[in-house]
Design a protein. Structure first.
Lengths: 153, 153
DNA sequence: TTTATTCTTGATAATAAATATCAATATCGT
DNA sequence: ACGATATTGATATTTATTATCAAGAATAAA
């Protein structure tokens, strides 16, 4: 099994557990959205609109609201993270692992998004939180600026 | 002159310069909003609604849209920063100095916001950007979790 | 399997934040 | 003071997201 497939399976289990714990139901629509999301958007940052348009191609009966609700569910269950890069639209990203955190550099010219991770920042951050007796649930670091291409001109 | 007053004067100059450079006009409304904002909201994170309601007390003729537009102008001119803590409303904060950056810990229980700054994070961050040939214009770090009070229960 | 309960879905309406419109007014250079 | 241009306030519009609700689907119980 490829690492990607394994990752997907792990998320699936987490999601199923969440469904069971909260006494929700597993449905065909949720399956469809799960597959589309984890097959095609790993490492991407998709808006609800985009995912909906994409899914509509092969599953025209799935409704807009369902995609909204399901992505929210993904977030709540911890298998996706919600991002907001300042254009007013929420973006969703499949998470890679329960522990890995990464951050984003957003080019304000072309919209390109570069991901990065940095251990030192992580540890500083937890240190600061500890100092303030603050229980960290989540965090996000975003750098806005110009990417190398857009800086040239 | 107090440090706070000095700070306000510096921002005023930056704003005036911006106004001049962009061939905009200085108006009574902008003066009013500037004063209200820098007198009462240093270190705070005010929504447009809140600021509007506040200003309406003494200046009932100032319109809602003007407050919106003016805060946007403050942001563009670099004397205020816009924040978004996930409740769907933009928040504005007077900046303290052109160079100082600080970050936020947001308690998801009570909404309390704790500010912090960390040199080490700053330098890591710039290092990462440099490595990616990314020209940093701005950045934000937000930690979500439970503050000490809300963790007790 | 049938029934009962509860959750989910899809279509659409509603909400809420932010922006656009526009006639009247204020500002500023000449 | 005049003329060009920007701003204002009221309101309408846009846009993302959430709520509503009847019909349908999934699970548990009988």
């Amino acid at each position: 099994m490829t690492p990607v497939a394994k990752r997907k399976m792990e998320r699936r289990k987490t999601f199923n557990d969440y469904i069971a714990r909260k006494q929700l139901k597993s449905t065909k629509q949720r399956d469809t959205i799960f597959n589309e999301f984890f097959n095609n958007y790993m490492g991407k940052h998709v808006t609800v609109e985009e995912l909906y348009e994409d899914i509509k191609q092969n599953h025209p009966s799935i409704g807009f609201a369902t995609v909204y609700r399901t992505l929210k569910l993904f977030k709540e269950s911890g298998i996706a993270s919600e991002r907001n890069f300042g254009d007013g639209k929420a973006r969703y990203e499949p998470i890679r692992s329960e522990t890995e955190h990464h951050h984003h550099m957003i080019c304000t010219e072309c919209g390109q998004i570069v991901e990065f991770a940095n251990m030192q920042i992580e540890s500083c951050l937890h240190q600061v939180a500890k100092l303030n007796e603050f229980g960290v649930a989540n965090y996000k670091l975003e750098i806005y600026g110009k990417c190398s291409k857009c800086s040239e001109g």
